[in-house]
Design a protein around this ligand. Structure first.
Ligand SMILES: Cc1cc2nc3c(=O)[nH]c(=O)nc-3n(C[C@H](O)[C@H](O)[C@H](O)COP(=O)(O)OP(=O)(O)OC[C@H]3O[C@@H](n4cnc5c(N)ncnc54)[C@H](O)[C@@H]3O)c2cc1C
Length: 364
């Protein structure tokens, strides 16, 4: 019997496997794909995600590009937000290579990797069985991504509702010189251009209620920026309102629905949830302990979701606010790289809205 079986060897699964194997757990890591494998993703790693990886002793490699400046553009205006010396906003990786390095790190400290598809997880008093494989573990970590079979078959949570997910499409485009977020590229969403070493990753994403319009917007965006599409996917961002663990099963990363509802950033939350899950496995009641440890993160994601619901349908108004008050843009950047709590930023920013409304009504 394994101490822990981790289903899915993406960033969350490999991080959990690395930490647990290092802590001395007999760790099985499974993935239905052989690595390196492609994964639709912008590959944007924020400073807070990079710092967490460093803390965990995991490699941020290979890095394609490091961006210290971010341009936010739309509705005929733009603003450039810069980071302080020694910091950056976003480092870019190709997921195919980055995920492979993380998996190698997990194997390097003793996790056993098997290529296999898990069809279901069945939990009993004595352990958790991986159906279709004949393996059994004391605990299972579901790191099997957006359409997690571990989450559904173990009964931790039910499927996503439409409003729980972000839809996103991405591909490769010719190299550009600036990293840009385009806030008018899609209704209830945004577009991005992430310049890497030889090309750019470019895509569009937004709230799934507008998925048809977002797909149309991607067509227009692709022809404007010459994007060759890699794929479209869902990014689950509604996990903060659902159970993330039960009995012998803990969900991490996309399986737990932990992406940022405002930006779609999932990698920080993949690393963070895996860290908390691995610490929880040292306790008497891992499922309860993990849920407790994750409370502040789930609260932060809930606040971001409320902000997304307010901002996305009124993007033009909020972007004008962003441009008119560079201090809002600067503080948002600080929150996105982890230097300021999102809730503190949001409380401060929202208090600026009445004054901005009066100014815009008076045309000053
Ligand atoms: C278009 C797009 C752009 C994005 N851009 C960014 C970005 O720039 N920055 C950012 O931070 N986040 C971004 N994200 C989100 C990010 O990609 C995810 O949050 C992240 O991949 C989550 O990692 P994970 O390990 O939880 O899941 P995944 O990376 O999806 O890994 C899950 C693994 O589980 C395996 N698996 C699935 N089912 C089974 C099964 N039944 N049996 C065995 N193995 C299984 C899969 O093969 C896969 O390897 C983006 C997402 C999309 C779709």
């Amino acid at each position: 019997m394994w101490d822990v079986a981790i289903v899915g060897a993406g960033p969350s699964g490999s991080t959990a496997a690395y930490l647990l194997a290092k802590m001395g757990f007999k760790t099985l890591l499974l993935d239905m794909r052989s690595f390196p494998r492609p994964k639709p993703c912008g590959g944007g790693i924020t400073l807070k995600a990079a710092r967490l990886l460093e803390e965990l002793g995991l490699p941020l490699e290979p890095v394609e590009a490091i961006h210290r400046e971010v341009v936010v553009a739309g509705f005929g205006r733009e603003i450039t937000v810069s980071t302080s010396p020694g910091e950056f906003a976003i480092a870019l990786v190709k997921r195919e290579l980055f995920d492979h390095r993380l998996l190698e790190s997990a194997i390097g400290v003793g996790a056993e990797f098997i290529r296999a598809k898990v069809n279901a997880v069945k939990v009993s008093d004595s352990g958790a069985k991986l159906i279709g494989l004949g393996e059994e573990a004391k605990f299972v970590i579901g790191a099997d991504g957006a359409n997690s079979v571990v989450a559904l078959t173990s009964g931790v949570r039910s499927g996503w509702r439409r409003e729980d997910v972000i839809v996103a499409m991405e591909g490769s485009a010719p190299l550009q010189d600036r990293l840009i977020f385009m806030v008018d590229a899609a209704p209830y969403g945004y577009g991005w251009i992430f310049p890497r070493s030889e090309d750019s990753n470019a895509g569009v994403g937004g709230m799934s209620e507008k998925s048809r319009e977002i797909m149309e917007a991607f067509r227009e965006f692709s022809s404007r920026f010459n994007v060759r599409m890699n794929g479209s996917w869902i990014i689950p961002a509604g996990g903060h309102g659902k159970p993330i663990a039960k009995d012998r099963v803990l969900l991490v990363g996309d399986a737990a629905g932990l992406a940022d509802p405002l930006t779609g950033e999932g990698l920080y939350y993949a690393f963070r949830s895996s860290l908390e899950a691995s610490k929880a496995l040292e306790s008497e009641s891992p499922a309860e302990n993990y849920s407790e440890r994750m409370k502040p993160i789930l609260e932060e994601l809930k606040a971001k979701r409320r902000a997304a619901r307010l901002i996305m349908p009124r993007m033009k108004f909020f972007f004008e606010l962003f441009v008119s008050y560079p201090e809002i843009a600067r503080r948002y950047m600080l929150s996105s790289i982890g230097k300021v709590e999102f809730r503190d930023f949001w409380r401060w920013a929202i208090s600026r809205v009445p004054r901005a409304l009066i100014k815009s009504k008076l045309g000053i």
